[in-house]
Design a binder for this molecule. Structure first.
Ligand SMILES: Cc1cc2nc3c(=O)[nH]c(=O)nc-3n(C[C@H](O)[C@H](O)[C@H](O)COP(=O)(O)OP(=O)(O)OC[C@H]3O[C@@H](n4cnc5c(N)ncnc54)[C@H](O)[C@@H]3O)c2cc1C
Length: 296
């Protein structure tokens, strides 16, 4: 089912993001965790695409399996880094042949070892160009999502310019946006206010990550430029080297973050699960308890 059709009957959606497992052991672990998450009946799940197409075949195999064997509604991420325009559109045609109806279309980060982004000589320079070309070739076959950055994309010179470029993606045919992870809800609500002022009216689904470890939060914040509130860093610091306590703090923070987002009227939540089910299942079970049942 197209995500845009789901929006017609649901005021909010919840969804999970996965990445293709790297080897056989990871694949077994993935199956166990996806099994747990399927019980929560997500509106859709998404599968990331490796930088520069590094996991292209594993990505297509996984989206094929999830879409055609599990009954889940799948959104395939696709990044145009490293592909010519023709290769990119051929890949999209292949996703169509796998019955994929939902795409998250992205430019992508530079492949490992490369510092700045450099487009393929015959490729798309920005996500908006990819989105425009997919719409031109495939019309409305797909519901199209794009990424957005409440704290500004790291390469953008300033937030206002980033929003102008985001508007290009909307005008090119984006149906909905999913945010980069963030921890401060004010940042999200201010951002959405600025998008509305700029004439962007589509759903802006917050992307949330339950922090699982100290190294993970440091890595993500460094990569995405996301600010981590002191309330969270202080608590994590107080846990010292107690990994279980750090994960508990991360889950409790995510529960409160999601509760406050839902109370603020967000159109759903997209969970960056990192292929683990424990924290996400706990967050859902907590938020679905009767006192919160109006939210889920
Ligand atoms: C929800 C979500 C899912 C993601 N999934 C993946 C994934 O599966 N695989 C992966 O590798 N990465 C993924 N990413 C990361 C993403 O690939 C990077 O953030 C990448 O650096 C930017 O991709 P984009 O599509 O947002 O790029 P763009 O929208 O092209 O923007 C990139 C930069 O270029 C600027 N820009 C855009 N258009 C123009 C223009 N015409 N002129 C000048 N500047 C311009 C923007 O302001 C921004 O600074 C995801 C990010 C998000 C938010």
């Amino acid at each position: 089912m197209k995500i845009s059709s789901i929006f017609e009957s649901k005021t909010h959606t919840f969804s999970f993001e996965f990445f293709p497992p790297k080897d056989e052991i990871a694949a077994v672990d993935f199956g166990v965790n996806v099994g747990q998450l399927m019980k929560l009946a997500p509106d859709f799940v998404s599968v990331t695409y490796g930088a520069g197409g590094s996991n292209r075949e594993r990505n297509f195999t996984l989206v094929d399996y999830l879409q055609n064997k599990t009954g889940l509604t799948v959104m395939a991420h696709y990044t145009c880094t490293g592909a010519s325009k023709r290769e990119a559109l051929d890949d999209i045609a292949r996703l169509k042949s796998l019955n994929i109806e939902n795409l998250m279309l992205l430019r992508g980060d530079p492949p490992k070892g490369m510092s700045g982004f450099a487009p393929h000589p015959d490729g798309f320079g920005h996500a908006s160009e990819l989105i425009e070309a997919v719409r031109a070739k495939f019309g409305n076959v797909f519901a199209v999502g794009a990424g957005c950055y409440p704290e500004k994309h790291p390469e953008a010179p300033d937030p206002a310019t980033d929003i102008l470029r985001l508007k290009d993606k909307i005008d090119a045919g984006t149906d909905f946006l999913i945010t980069q992870l963030f921890f401060d809800n004010e940042v999200y609500f201010n951002f959405v206010g600025r998008l509305r002022d700029a004439g962007i009216s589509c759903r802006v689904i917050p992307g949330i990550i339950p922090v699982a470890s100290r190294s993970q939060i440091e890595r993500f914040s460094k990569l995405s430029g996301t600010r981590i509130p002191e309330s969270l860093t202080d608590k994590i610091a107080s846990a010292g080297n107690d990994a279980k306590r750090v994960a508990r703090i991360g889950t409790e923070f995510a529960i409160e973050q999601c509760r406050s987002l839902m109370n603020g009227g967000v159109p759903g939540i997209h969970f960056y699960t990192l292929n683990k089910s424990g924290a996400t299942v706990e967050i859902f079970e907590t938020l679905r308890k009767p006192a919160n049942s109006q939210n889920l």
